[in-house]
Write a protein that binds this ligand. Structure first.
Ligand code: ZN
Length: 250
């Protein structure tokens, strides 16, 4: 029996592509393997936009993610997430835009424990952190609007792409830009080929894998423009703020 699914990005037809063990983790890139869990995770691929996702996680609630993925063992397979990565990302933002900080109201979307934002605040930035998993008592429509939103390593973790884009659209001021990181799946995930890519790792919560086309499609649906600095660093914008023109040339 063939399983037919609808693409959460472009609504076209998707088919199951492959199945991996739940304990497949990004640390396998460095030769570290968790024991097999015995739990199968299927990934589906959109024939049209190339978005690849694990449909099962669309049915999970926050409690399921907290228990199964973002639990006390999470640091084993993502050792940098608590401190090193937020500090490094704060440094990137600061060195790129520190001189313009007085013109910027910044939100770190999916900011986890809020460390990136805290580091920027300590440097005099107007920066806020919001994470749907952490700040559950906060509704994003209470936060106001921001002319700079960052979302580092957020997109691949999101079970509901429409909710993500709704939040970002609501939170972005005009003019405004969204810097985000996620690795493009283009050369790594293909129809009729097994999934061997290290980034497709359920244990890390990497459940939504974006091709260049799928990000283009998301941008178009939200009325954003889209560009990439590299395979992993991207930007959405409505209108480029004057302080960002040195970085994004629309
Ligand atoms: Zn699609």
């Amino acid at each position: 029996m063939e399983v037919i699914l609808k693409c959460p990005v472009c609504s076209e037809k998707c088919e199951l592509l492959d199945v991996v063990d739940f304990n497949k983790s990004c640390e396998e890139l460095r030769g570290f393997y968790l024991p097999l869990s015995g739990k199968a995770v299927y990934y589906a691929l959109c024939n049209s936009c190339g978005f690849c996702f694990a449909p099962e996680f669309g049915r999970w609630g926050l409690g399921d993610f907290e228990r199964e993925i973002y639990n006390h063992d999470y640091a084993i397979i993502d050792p940098d997430y608590l401190s090193d990565r937020p500090r490094a990302n704060a440094q990137i933002i600061s060195s790129m835009l520190g001189e313009k900080k007085d013109l910027i109201r910044h939100l770190d979307y999916g900011g986890g424990n809020g460390l990136l934002s805290q580091v920027l605040c300590d440097q005099g930035w107007n920066s806020h952190s919001y994470d749907p998993f952490v700040n559950r008592e906060v509704s994003p429509n209470e936060l106001g609007k921001f002319n700079l939103i960052t979302a580092f390593e957020v997109f691949e973790h999101v079970p509901d792409v429409s909710r993500l884009m709704q939040d970002l659209s609501m939170l972005l001021a005009s003019p405004g830009i969204i810097f985000f990181s996620t690795l493009l799946s283009n050369s790594h995930i293909k129809p009729n080929e097994r999934i061997t890519w290290w980034y497709a790792s359920p244990r890390n919560g990497h459940i939504s894998l974006f091709s260049n086309d799928s990000l283009c499609h998301l941008a178009e649906k939200s009325g954003f423009s889209f560009g990439s600095f590299s395979e992993g660093a991207h930007v959405f914008w409505n209108t480029v703020p004057s302080w960002a023109k040195q970085i994004v040339r629309a």
